[in-house]
Ligand binder design. Structure first.
Ligand SMILES: C[S@@+](CC[C@H](N)C(=O)[O-])C[C@H]1O[C@@H](n2cnc3c(N)ncnc32)[C@H](O)[C@@H]1O
Length: 880
């Protein structure tokens, strides 16, 4: 067990120093292969020895038994171990490598018994451990044991000189006996091999000792020379600035090998300094006179930040100003995600998102039955379906069926634009949900929007009123927030499942409008920017025109604007004293009595009896108050319903009337034009004239709308009729806010806005909106009035008709005096202070070459200001 304290490596080295002659290899191999392959291999020399010792023990037992029978002869003890003949059976187990007879291979790790523990990943290492050639030679060249190991080994009695060891002798004797007996050849072989190994190890140790002695001598010599070297180096340093890196190559002819060896040993250890490293080639702007912090500061102040990607807004403005100093600017902000790169993403629980309307139940059939009229526009590519576009005014989106222009030419396709934007990025989409402080969720803009630009569609489930009531009673019974919007006579959009527009809050001073459009024959509601446009980051709001239906649903408005009405929806009307309901008078009486009995402050109520009475009285008071409020609400509702019915009827009649008027006028105009061209200028094929009508809004009462209208061809059929005069362009209604005189007055009608009756009845509606109904009413009036058509003098190019809209505008006097002109020129002269609205209803095309200025710019602006889109029924409603 002497090897127990020896590490495997040391054993390996020890074994590598074993001297085995080539002819003995077979014996050695046989001994190695004799060990069972499945048994646990020895992990160290000691283990191997233990295996051997076990065998020895067994043999010993046998031998003892034999010894008792046969006395040991002294000669046996001195029998030298003889090489055992090669065992043929073990030859078959030779490894492939060892079959190369030219080079003898020794695996030191196998010898050491540690090979099995070597993972294959240390293959390289394994190769290093495989020594080639004659073992003696290999050992000589490769093994230089450390002095420590040598010393340790030296302490072991393993040299041949120690052969007098009784154990050795015993082993030898046993081996000899075994050879004689020829029994248990494997065990004997093993023992013999072990003995031989030990002998070889002894040799190696002897050799190592010799080497070690040499090394010690060299070290001593070196230490002596080092002191000399230090002195010489000091001298050398003083004489030369740089010390030679190495002494190699400094040998002179007179150097003897010993001297050379000495010099090599004397070679001083010098530190090699890195001259270049990681930062080679990198320029560092560093002033060594300053500290690190000062250097950093200096660098920071010297740095000029340059934005090479986008021009800064400031420069952009400068550039634009340089280009055109007179152009108008408007404030702008960077897109929200640019100036705030990490917007808080609000996640709304329970919001089922729908991107488009879904008709539920009977709503679809109802819509089809009650399908609205179609509309067509006659814009030219130059017009581009601008502000004058008939479809735009009637809140119809242009498409292939009602507009001749291509999508690129047409500027009245807001919902198509929205569709495109929805496919784009977050900026294109342009809105996101935000969490407000006191109004729940809201919506804010992530970009700017032009005035009247479409922002987002209000889509959801389109349901009938019956279905709405059912949902209110059953589904949304416990809800506090409703997303119901009435947008058509009998239908409601329920955006509980719907688009993001459902989160848009109410404001009494809104920056957006909710407008109903007809797109491809279907109603669509969308949020449009108001006349001021929208800034990035602005919260989007519109006026709900909220109808609470019940006093329970009246909600406090927290829009925080200067003109806040205090509640969502119309301002509650103060009932006139005579109109005071019985409930109200009772209420006020009860209230007064309570205050008389118990005092105004509840603190006055002292006794429990009084307190009880007080509680009862206040309960009764609350009940009475509720009853009164409900009574009021019911009255308001019935009034509104009546007004709505009246308005709807008037609207329908007006529409029919307008069509009839258009027909009559256009046929008249065609005749006149044909006649005029025949008479005076037969070669001119296309003319353009404008018929305008000046009207003042809000002057006719709602009830004055005509009750019936003759059945006339629809506007769409007007185009067919116009084919008689193919070169004549159809007239289009246009709106202008600047008018002085108003021979015709039309009512201010917002037919579908139930919530607006309060204000409108009072006649204090300052809204500049022009509705289709108002247009139609004006048209009707126009037909009722005897229109003074005067013959068109096309030869007179200098006449007022030839130079665009502004030139066309005449005064009333002119119209009345000029009876011969067949085209109707109502007053179009304007005054900035006037609150009148001019509507240009019909226009007769003029020859293109005569057109100098269209004069649309001024009218276009005013149209937008007056709300070119026709605002239809937009109302949030709660029904309890
Ligand atoms: C169509 S939802 C608007 C989105 C809603 N804020 C939410 O969190 O879902 C209408 C509800 O919002 C609230 N709301 C909207 N505008 C408000 C305002 N100006 N003041 C108070 N509450 C408002 C009311 O509760 C109203 O019933």
């Amino acid at each position: 067990m002497a090897g127990r304290d020896v590490s495997p490596t040391s054993i390996a080295s020890a074994h590598s120093s074993i001297t085995v002659h080539t002819e003995k290899q077979s014996v050695f191999r046989s001994s190695m292969s004799a060990s069972p392959p499945t048994s646990t291999p020895p992990t160290s020399h000691g283990d191997e020895v233990s295996v051997l010792s076990d065998a020895t023990k067994m043999d010993g037992i046998m031998e003892q038994h034999e010894e008792t029978a046969r006395p040991q002869t002294p000669a046996d003890a001195h029998v030298a171990p003889q090489p055992t003949p090669v065992v043929p059976s073990s030859e078959g187990r030779r490894s492939v490598r060892s079959s190369r007879s030219s080079v003898v291979t020794y695996n030191v790790q196998i010898l050491a018994g540690t090979a099995i523990h070597t993972p294959s990943k240390y293959l390289e290492k394994h190769h290093k451990n495989v020594l080639h050639g004659e073992l003696e030679q290999v050992i000589k060249t490769n093994t230089v044991p450390s002095p420590k190991k040598k010393a340790r080994r030296a302490s072991k009695p393993s040299s041949p000189e120690d052969a007098n060891d009784p154990a050795e002798e015993q082993l030898a004797a046993e081996a000899a006996q075994a050879a004689q007996r020829r029994t248990s050849s494997r065990v004997v072989d093993l023992r013999r091999e072990a003995f031989r190994n030990l002998t070889a190890a002894g040799d190696a140790v002897g050799q190592a000792l010799t080497n070690g002695r040499e090394i010690v001598q060299n070290a001593l010599r070196k230490s002596a020379s080092d002191s000399r070297l230090i002195d010489s180096n000091r001298n050398a340093l003083l004489s030369t600035p740089k010390r030679p890196r190495t002494t190699r190559g400094a040998l002179t002819e007179t150097d003897t090998p010993e001297r050379e060896q000495e010099k090599v040993n004397m070679k001083p250890k010098t530190k090699t300094w890195l001259k270049e490293g990681l930062y080679v080639g990198q320029y560092r702007d560093f002033d060594p006179r300053l500290s690190e912090a000062q250097n950093r500061l200096k660098k920071k102040s010297a740095r000029v930040k340059e934005n090479r990607v986008l021009p800064l807004p400031l420069f952009d403005a400068e550039r634009r100003l340089n280009a055109d100093p007179l152009q108008e600017f408007r404030h702008f902000k960077l897109p929200f995600d640019t100036y705030n790169p990490l917007p808080r993403k609000v996640k709304v629980d329970g919001w089922v998102k729908l991107n488009k309307n879904r008709f539920i139940g009977d709503a679809s059939a109802l819509w089809k039955k009650d399908k609205q009229d179609s509309s067509s526009c006659y814009c030219s590519p130059e017009d581009g379906c601008g502000e004058d576009c008939h479809n735009r005014i009637m809140a119809y989106e242009c498409d292939g069926t009602n507009c001749k222009l291509s999508p690129e030419q047409c500027g009245n396709r807001p919902f198509s634009q929205l569709k495109r934007r929805a496919k784009g990025n977050g900026y294109d989409y342009g809105v996101e949900v935000l969490h407000t402080e006191d109004r729940g969720y809201g919506v804010r803009a992530m970009r700017t929007f032009e005035p009247h630009q479409i922002i987002v569609e209000y889509a959801g489930e389109i349901i009938t009123q019956a279905e709405c009531e059912r949902r209110m009673k059953q589904v949304y019974k416990k809800d506090k927030c409703y997303y119901l919007m009435s947008f058509d006579n009998k239908m409601i959009i329920d955006a509980t499942r719907g688009t993001i527009a459902r989160f848009v809050n109410h404001s009494c001073e809104p920056n957006c409008e909710m407008i109903k459009w007809t797109v491809g024959g279907e109603p669509r509601m969308a949020l449009f920017a108001g006349s001021r446009g929208i800034m990035t980051g602005d919260e989007l709001t519109y006026d709900y025109n909220f109808d609470p239906f019940s006093s329970k649903n009246i909600q406090e408005c927290r829009c925080g604007t200067a003109s806040c009405r205090g509640v969502l929806g119309p301002k509650p009307k103060k009932p006139a004293p005579e109109e005071k309901s019985l409930a109200s008078s009772l209420l006020s009486g009860t209230k007064r009595k309570i205050s008389e009995v118990f005092g105004r402050k509840t603190g006055d109520v002292s006794s429990p009896k009084k307190r009880k009475l007080s509680a009862m009285a206040s309960a009764a008071w609350t009940k009475a108050q509720n009853a009164a409020a409900e009574e009021d609400a019911a009255r308001i509702r019935s009034e509104r319903n009546a007004a709505e019915l009246r308005a709807q009827q008037a609207s329908r009649e007006n529409r029919a009337m307008m069509r009839s008027t258009s027909m009559q006028l256009s046929s008249k105009r065609s005749k006149v034009i044909r006649k005029a061209t025949r008479v005076s200028m037969p070669n001119i094929k296309s003319t353009r004239r404008t018929t305008t009508v000046d009207m003042k809004r809000k002057s006719l009462p709602l009830a004055s709308a005509p009750k019936s209208a003759p059945k006339t061809p629809r506007l769409g059929s007007m185009a067919k009729h116009g084919t008689q005069t193919p070169k004549v362009k159809k007239s289009l209604p246009t709106i202008s806010s600047k008018t002085r005189k108003s021979p015709l007055k039309i009512p201010s009608m917002r037919p579908h806005l139930l919530g607006d009756t309060t204000d409108e009845e009072e006649g204090d509606d300052e809204s500049p909106n022009i509705t289709p109904a108002s247009l139609r009413s004006a048209a009707k009036k126009l037909t009722q009035t005897k229109l003074p058509f005067k013959p068109l003098n096309l030869n007179d190019n200098s006449s007022s008709h030839a130079s665009g809209v502004s030139a066309v505008a005449n005064t009333d006097d002119e119209v009345e005096n000029d009876d011969e002109d067949e085209d109707v020129d109502m007053d179009e002269s304007s005054d900035a202070d006037s609150d009148c609205t001019l509507v240009r209803l019909f226009s007769v095309p003029r020859p293109r070459k005569e057109k100098t200025t269209r004069g649309n710019a001024s009218t276009s602006k005013s149209i937008h200001k007056t709300g070119a889109g026709v605002k239809k029924s937009v109302r949030h409603g709660f029904r309890s």
